[in-house]
Design a protein around this ligand. Structure first.
Ligand SMILES: C[S@@+](CC[C@H](N)C(=O)[O-])C[C@H]1O[C@@H](n2cnc3c(N)ncnc32)[C@H](O)[C@@H]1O
Length: 236
C-alpha cells in the first residue's frame, strides 16, 4: 500500500478508533490460557471428537480457542475487564463463550437462546453458563428473568430476521424490543447489539441507523451501544 494511501486510511476516524481499541487491548490484556485452563479438558476433547467430521454449520463452535479469543476481545471492547462485578444477560448466547469469559472476570451471567443446537447445550454445560430457553419474537415481551441486569448484550444477532423471506426487524420491532428490555435493566444499565449483515452485506438500512441514533446510540458498523438506562419505564 502506498504511503499516501496509508495516511489517508489512518485519517479515517473509524481506523483511528479501531487502532485505539487494539492498543487498549494490548495495554490491558486478558490472557486466553488461564481462561482456557478452567475448562474440563477431557469433556472438551470428547465434544470436539464428536463434531470433528460434522458438516453442520454450527460445528465450527467446537473450536473453543478461536471463539474464546473473539469473546475476550468483545469483553475488552465493552470494558468489562476493567470494572467491578456486573450482572449480564446475553441474548442469543449460543455456546456461552462470551458469558464464560465474563464469569472468569467476576461477573454474574445469564444466557438466553432457543434450544436448537445440541453443541451449544454441551458447551454451556462445559462452561457452567446458565441459559434460559426462550425464542425472541417481534412484539413479544421477554419473560420474567427473576433479576435485573447491568448489561444486556447480543452478538451476531439472528433473532431480528426471518432469513427464509429475507425480512428484518425495522424501527417498530426494535422500539418494542428496546422499550421492553428496560424492564430488565438496572438504572445505568446498558444494551449492546452486534448486528449481522443482510444479504446485501449492510448491517442496517439508513432508516434503522437513524432510529438507533435517535435513541442516543453510538453506532459503528455492526456495533450499536445504547446510552445508560435512566431507570424510568413508560407506563404500560
Ligand atoms: C450467529 S449465532 C451467535 C451466537 C453468539 N451470540 C455468538 O456470537 O457466538 C446466533 C444465535 O442466535 C440464536 N437465536 C436465533 N434465533 C433466536 C431467537 N428467536 N431467540 C433467541 N435466540 C435466537 C441462535 O440459536 C444462535 O445461538
Amino acid at each position: 500500500m502506498k504511503f499516501t494511501h496509508k495516511i489517508a486510511k489512518l485519517a479515517q476516524p473509524l481506523m483511528y478508533r479501531r487502532a485505539w481499541r487494539r492498543a487498549e487491548r494490548m495495554i490491558r490484556p486478558v490472557p486466553l490460557e488461564p481462561i482456557y485452563a478452567r475448562i474440563d479438558q477431557a469433556k472438551l476433547a470428547a465434544i470436539q471428537a464428536q463434531y470433528a467430521s460434522s458438516n453442520e454449520h454450527y460445528a465450527k463452535y467446537a473450536d473453543v480457542r478461536r471463539w474464546l479469543r473473539l469473546n475476550i476481545v468483545r469483553a475488552q471492547d465493552l470494558n468489562l475487564h476493567r470494572c467491578g462485578p456486573k450482572s449480564v444477560l446475553d441474548l442469543g448466547c449460543g455456546g456461552g463463550f462470551f458469558l464464560f469469559v465474563l464469569q472468569q472476570l467476576g461477573h454474574t451471567c445469564l444466557g438466553l437462546d432457543i434450544d436448537e443446537f445440541p453443541l451449544f447445550t454441551q458447551l454451556l454445560e462445559l462452561f457452567h453458563v446458565e441459559r434460559r430457553i426462550w425464542a425472541i419474537q417481534p412484539f413479544e415481551p421477554l419473560p420474567d428473568l427473576g433479576r435485573k441486569f447491568d448489561f444486556v448484550t447480543a452478538f451476531s444477532i439472528d433473532f431480528n430476521r426471518d432469513s427464509k423471506r429475507d425480512w428484518w426487524w425495522g424501527p417498530s420491532e426494535w422500539t418494542f424490543f428496546l422499550d421492553d428490555l428496560k424492564r430488565h435493566l438496572n438504572p445505568g444499565g446498558r444494551i449492546f447489539l452486534g448486528l449481522n449483515p443482510g444479504k446485501n452485506k449492510e448491517f442496517y438500512t439508513r432508516e434503522l441507523r437513524d432510529f438507533f441514533l435517535s435513541r442516543g446510540a453510538w453506532v459503528e458498523r455492526e456495533n450499536v451501544l445504547l446510552p445508560p438506562f435512566s431507570g424510568e419505564v413508560a407506563p404500560a
